[in-house]
Ligand binder design. Structure first.
Ligand code: NAP
Length: 285
């Protein structure tokens, strides 16, 4: 890829950012489309100064990661309706000096499920975890009209707060107690349990600590992609469930963001191509 005087700049900003695969993924997109963009990773201690820098240098766009997805909103000119509803921005596009925020995480996760043949519409959904990534995902599921959504969390008060927030914003009631008779069709781990240690995310939740309710009729998804198979996914697979990890979410949120940055459509087979590239280059295991 030739970088020249016309090259438009993109980046991921947050703290930390060195671990991110976004530079490799977005530069691959530019490589195959011949779009003249370059994507870097910039760590910052001040989201306010970073946004001023984007304006001053006329940077085309950035992805925003932890801990700034909420704080960044106050420094933008416009925020798309979904991101506003979620209170979380992970993509900022600079159009002639006006900065607009979007959230591509929840849509990315939803698309990864659909791509894997896992449907939400009309199904009973169990979400484990009530952190920053869970609420946007649940709000996207509500739009797909599931039969029911249950959110369980180690700290139950956070699931109860999410229930209030979602009911207030969308008028959809979610459950926060596990129901042994619910026949959950899709079980989703949104917790960070399993990232660094082999523990089940349900270990401290009464009645479901060992995931006995999962069977071959269920699908199980984990937002974690490293390690590729958490103990949660391994346990679900051994019970016969169809399983997917968080790699699809990572890739789809990037595809949607890139299309916003460049106002172009990536090829239909881009998901498979970028996944193959990331694995071949040993960027991912
Ligand atoms: P977060 O806001 O810090 O929330 C963490 C959640 O995990 C909380 O519900 C917390 O429960 C729970 N938890 C943490 N340790 C636990 C344990 N030992 N046992 C049971 N529950 C535990 O984090 P987040 O931003 O929501 O991210 C959650 C996960 O999603 C992370 O692993 C992150 O890497 C992943 N993620 C993936 C993608 C992707 O592109 N694939 C994108 C975003 C996030 P308490 O409330 O009880 O503390």
């Amino acid at each position: 890829m030739l970088i020249n005087g016309h090259t438009k700049q993109l980046a991921i900003i947050g703290k930390p950012v060195e671990h991110s695969f976004s530079p490799q993924m977005h530069n691959f997109f530019s490589e195959i489309t011949k779009n003249n963009y370059s994507y870097s990773a910039w760590e910052t201690d001040s989201i306010e100064d970073a946004i001023k820098g984007i304006r001053a240098m006329n940077i085309r766009g950035v992805n925003v990661t932890a801990p700034y997805k909420k704080d960044v909103i106050q420094y933008l000119d416009d925020v798309d309706d979904t991101a506003l509803l979620l209170g979380s921005v992970n993509t900022v596009v600079n159009s002639n000096g006006r900065l607009k925020g979007y959230n591509t995480d929840a849509e990315g996760f939803y698309r990864s499920l659909i791509n894997a043949g896992i449907n939400i519409t009309g199904k009973n959904i169990l979400v484990i975890g009530a952190g920053g990534a869970a609420q946007p995902a649940v709000m996207r599921f509500v739009q797909a009209k599931p039969k029911s959504i249950t959110v369980v969390n180690r700290t139950k008060s956070k699931a109860d707060k999410m229930r209030c927030d979602i009911f207030e914003k969308l008028g959809f009631d979610i459950n926060t107690e596990f129901d042994a008779f619910a026949n959950y069709d899709v079980v989703i781990n949104t917790t960070s349990a399993g990232m660094t240690s082999s523990i089940l995310p349900t270990v401290e939740i009464d009645g479901i600590d060992n995931l006995d309710f999962i069977n071959s009729e269920c699908a199980a998804a984990d937002m974690i992609y490293n390690p590729p198979e958490t103990l949660f996914l391994q346990t679900a697979r051994k019970k016969g469930a169809k399983t997917i990890n968080g790699l699809g979410m990572l890739i789809y949120q990037g595809i949607i963001a890139y299309e916003l940055f460049t106002e172009t459509n990536l090829p239909d087979d881009i998901y498979e191509r970028v996944k193959e590239y990331l694995i071949k280059e040993k960027i991912l295991r």
